[in-house]
Design a binder for this molecule. Structure first.
Ligand code: HEM
Length: 140
């Protein structure tokens, strides 16, 4: 499903994104599975939260506030695994449903799942774990 043409959900602005991001990372930091990954990697939480607000603003409101390289940040994490992505998404989806309307939550959740798939794909590719990477196959 392509979401490129998805309009921003009604009632969503920077304040709602800020609340979502801050509530979500509050839960992340207390989580047994993914909390430790973040405490090892994140030095400055204010900076991280501001970056993530910009990221979601760019993804959902198309403001271009975020200019980073999100895949790269995750390729640098040495021991990130499928269970981390599953827990990240579980927490994110529960938080989105708690703090947003059902319609808005659905938009954020769908985008998060697509981004998670692409990060997992990039990581598997980097580690040589793809069973048959298509881009290195002969075309003739
Ligand atoms: C699945 C959806 C995810 C999204 C949308 C997402 C998004 C992001 C973004 C935008 C950044 C900032 C990158 C930058 O510009 O520096 C970031 C950083 C980070 N992410 Fe994720 N992430 C996801 C999953 C995960 C998971 C599963 C983990 C590990 C449990 C994780 C751990 C981290 C850490 C530790 C950083 C900070 C890296 C650093 O500052 O060195 N992320 N994430």
């Amino acid at each position: 499903m392509s979401l490129m043409g998805t309009a921003p959900p009604p009632g969503i602005g920077e304040d709602e994104i800020r609340n979502l991001v801050h509530t979500f990372y509050g839960r992340v930091r207390e989580d047994d599975v993914i909390g430790p990954v973040f405490s090892r990697a994140v030095g400055d939480w204010d900076e991280h939260l501001a970056k993530l607000c910009d990221f979601w603003s760019s993804v959902v409101l198309r403001t271009r506030r975020y200019e980073g390289r999100p895949m790269r940040a995750h390729l640098m994490l040495p021991d990130i695994r499928a269970e981390h992505f599953d827990r990240w998404l579980d927490l994110f989806e529960a938080t989105a449903r708690d703090v947003l309307t059902a319609e808005a939550a659905g938009v954020f959740i769908q985008r998060a799942r697509m981004i998670a798939d692409s990060f997992e794909f990039g990581i598997a590719n980097q580690r040589g774990e793809l069973a048959a990477p298509r881009h290195v196959k002969r075309t003739s």
